[in-house]
Design a protein around this ligand. Structure first.
Ligand code: NAD
Length: 543
């Protein structure tokens, strides 16, 4: 345990007849001790006497921390400091930079309790879901720590003229990355995405969401302890529409994770400056339960898919498409598991689902459920806010009978709410899954793995999980993850996840003869020789 304290683990099983408060449970405190808050806040780039902003602990509704706010001028300072540090960092061999990631990996696993407390305090999520962030970051640190060298090393390419042209593709760092991240996975989406940027030789100016800035600042401290030069990762804090555009204004490349609406604005600003951007945006993800699925496994998977981090997960499932022949049997199992979930807010393992992060998330979730019910949908499980557990708790909720005019049908809820739909044929299921402008993640359940992969290939999403909710694809960090359509542009993880932070540079060296008329050939003769040469190269299967 770190210096955050939990008086008790308050958990409660969801279900009719449970008492309003957990039996004998004491209140949970999730306040950040002033010493820790002050230490971490010192990592914010904010000059002079900055305005302070308070964050609220989702578990209690009380003040969590007071953080200095950066101004657009501070953002400029952050870029200057980062730019200065970047030159020396980029000059180091890749293996030296990668060693920092591998040390960070070990430190993170060793000190995970500190950050699990912080993540829970800032987001209100269950500890198991906070641990998923540690998992994801450790996997990314290991992968890029080990594989960066092969992604980034110079690659010999076929030259214009065989033997005579020596061509090499090299990768240069972009410079300073503007990295804007949301509150829902504060560790993974701040440092997880920054790791490939650093190992590729860049500096990063990060604007985390204010609500979860302490987690990002903690990660920064740990990475510095692992050997990252302190100025290389600047953290600026403030209102998104005020300092977000300033980050985009100075960046050599933008890495943004957040809503589709903000993503469009960021993309336009980046485009106007002709700098690249990767955008990891929202989703309305579907899970398909085919007629031959293992229904117990699918029901357990659906619980993970729909209610991890109380549904505040971009890749979580909000639409459950079930083959009509197994729908009742599946729903019975899924509803039973959902009703058995233990809600709680203690800073310890034990609860199956925690709180929503804010009143905004609670309002959207409540509105989606209430409007749907008013328009004729049925609540199969959950359906209510739980102020008795904490100000932003909402029960894991299953809706049946949802129709297209209901907001919950097509809009991202970003809460613990899933709607169940029935289908008769595979074509119908694929069409329904693809009937959204989003395209982030999907999940297919079947005992026939070949069939699962062939259905997966027809789904318009950046990741598809067969017989898993989301962790199989997300955790396969050597393979790209991201969204099609309104879910984004670009990918994290794998080659794309690191090469996006580089500029490709081709260095071609010509020997012995120029690529122009020479050795006494006139233009016509040169053209004839080259034409013959091209034919020969094709015949010899040169690429
Ligand atoms: P948001 O777009 O409101 O905010 C994201 C970040 O952008 C925050 O740091 C915010 O302060 C900042 N911001 C706000 N206005 C800005 C502006 N005008 N210019 C620049 N930055 C600005 O998103 P949110 O509600 O905080 O996050 C939830 C959303 O993020 C959901 O839609 C979710 O699906 C999505 N998300 C996507 C992924 C993914 O990998 N695809 C991962 C996590 C979350």
């Amino acid at each position: 345990m770190s210096d955050l304290t939990a008086d008790a683990v308050a958990t409660e099983q969801l279900g009719a007849g449970n008492p309003a408060a957990p039996g004998g449970g004491r209140t949970v405190t999730a306040a950040v001790p002033p010493s820790l808050g002050t230490r971490l806040a010192a990592g914010v780039t904010a000059t002079g006497e900055p305005d302070l902003i308070d964050t609220v602990a989702p578990l209690t509704g009380e003040r969590l921390a007071s953080l200095p706010q950066s101004t657009p001028a501070d953002v400029e300072v952050a870029f200057q400091l980062a730019r200065r540090a970047q030159a020396a960092w980029a000059a180091l061999p890749v293996r030296r930079r990668a060693a920092v990631l591998l040390r960070f990996h070990d430190l993170l696993l060793k000190r995970q309790d500190e950050v699990l407390d912080l993540i829970q305090a800032e987001t209100g999520k269950a500890r198991l879901h906070a641990f998923e962030e540690v998992l994801a970051v450790a996997m990314a640190a290991r992968h890029y720590g080990r594989a960066a060298h092969s992604y980034l090393r110079d690659k010999r390419r076929g030259g214009a003229l065989p033997v005579l042209t020596h061509a090499v593709e090299a990768r240069r760092p972009k410079g300073v990355i503007g990295h804007i991240s949301p509150w829902n996975y504060p560790l993974e989406l701040s440092v997880g995405d920054a790791l490939p940027a650093f190992v590729a030789g860049n500096a990063v100016v990060n604007k985390p969401d204010t609500q979860t800035a302490l987690t990002a600042l903690w990660a920064r401290e740990l990475l510095v302890e692992a050997g990252l030069p302190a100025d290389l990762w600047q953290v600026v804090i403030g209102d998104g529409p005020v300092i977000g555009p300033a980050v985009v204004e100075h960046a050599d490349y933008v890495s943004f994770t957040g809503s589709t609406r903000t993503g469009r604005d960021v993309a336009q600003r980046a485009a106007a400056r002709l700098v690249g951007a990767s955008l990891e945006l929202g989703g309305k993800n579907a899970m398909l339960v085919l007629s031959d699925a293992d229904l117990d496994a699918a029901a357990a998977g659906a619980v993970r898919a729909c209610f991890s981090s109380a549904g505040q997960l971009c890749i979580s499932i909000e639409r459950l498409l079930v083959h009509r022949s197994v729908a009742d049997a599946f729903l019975e199992r899924f509803a039973a598991r959902t009703r058995a979930l233990r809600l709680g807010g203690g800073l310890a393992y034990g609860a199956d689902m925690g709180s929503l992060v804010s009143v905004r998330q609670l309002e959207t979730t409540t509105r989606h459920v209430e409007e749907a019910v008013k328009a004729g949908a049925t609540v199969v499980a959950g359906g209510r806010a739980r102020p008795d557990l904490g100000p932003f708790f909402f029960e894991p909720t299953i809706l049946d009978g949802v129709t297209p005019e209901m907001a919950v049908c097509a809009e991202e809820t970003f809460g613990p709410v899933v709607s169940v739909y029935r289908f008769d044929t595979e074509d119908e299921a694929v069409a329904a899954a693809n009937s959204t402008p989003y395209g982030l993640n999907s999940s297919v359940w079947t005992r026939d793995l070949r069939r699962g992969r062939s259905v997966a290939a027809r789904l318009h999403t950046g990741t598809v999980n067969v017989n898993e909710a989301y962790a199989a694809a997300y955790g396969s960090v050597g393979s790209p993850m991201g969204g099609m359509g309104d879910s984004g542009l670009g990918r994290r993880h794998g080659a794309e996840g690191i090469l996006r932070f580089t500029e490709a540079q081709t260095i071609a060296t010509q020997r012995l003869m120029p690529i122009a008329p020479s050795f006494g050939l006139d233009d016509r003769q040169f053209a004839a020789v080259m034409t013959g040469g091209l034919r020969a190269l094709k015949a010899l299967r040169f690429k």
